[in-house]
Write a protein that binds this ligand. Sequence first.
Ligand code: CAA
Length: 262
Amino acid sequence: MTEPLILTEIHGDGARRTALIRINRPKQLNALNDALMVEMGQALIAFDRDDGIGCIVITGNDKAFAAGADIAAMAEYDYMHVHQTEYITRNWETILQVRKPVIAAVAGFALGGGCELAMMCDFIIAADNARFGQPEIKLGVIPGAGGTQRLPRAVGKAKTMDLVLTGRMMDVQEAERSGLVSRIVPLDKLLEEALAAGAAICGFSGPSLALAKSCVNKAFEGSLHEGIDHERRIFHSLFATEDQKEGMAAFLAKRAPAFRQR
Ligand code: CAA
């Protein structure tokens, strides 16, 4: 029997819980192939539609989050194949459609497409053994799942050029210092910490979370003026929700809010 390419679990005990997706190709250091990305995309969309889920965590194992796109599969591809099948575009970016928060919990290698997948998540919590890089140059190609665009937005031009042009890896301290990683935790606490962040997120208002995420993402897509204008309109629109009334009333009454997700 073949092993499933991803494993899913549900964590927490509230009305909204955290879905965990584990990448499961340990023998290949979780190298990402088309079939895996299709399965992950289907799981992400199903969790996004499920009212009982408030947050999604994507993780690998202790040795690798993902060591990149599957080189054994790619070695056979030619130009017409990747062009005609829209390699990457066709099924690797489903995660960008997800409106709920998605956290990457990274231990070990996050290289090439693995680093790019982590960057497509909303933020990265990393274990103290995590290592990041875009080593595609060593294979005669370049990053192909957004690395040349998302990495400079996270760590700036100098470090991106260093990583992309030399193919070197950076350790987790360097990754955190340069803004790629939001927090570093001991390896044996990685999932606990990511699921605790998930549980905190699950306690908040779903509509506010989705709009907060869309506003932050907007900061990377246009001018400052457009971004601020977008944020202001979204901020105003949240005054139409019951959760805004509840959140503010609860604060004034010095009690915990009971968000109703609308
Ligand atoms: N694709 C396919 N198989 C991979 C893989 C990948 N990206 N990375 C590792 N593996 C496989 C190895 O071939 C090896 O398989 P065998 O046991 O059958 O030989 C197994 O995983 C274990 O790997 P190593 O023996 O190499 O482990 P190591 O600890 O010595 O080295 C490593 C670890 C430095 C991560 C090394 O495996 C490596 O350099 N991997 C490739 C990293 C890479 O180049 N990633 C970018 C891919 S291109 C890309 O991602 C394009 C894009 O932008 C979309």
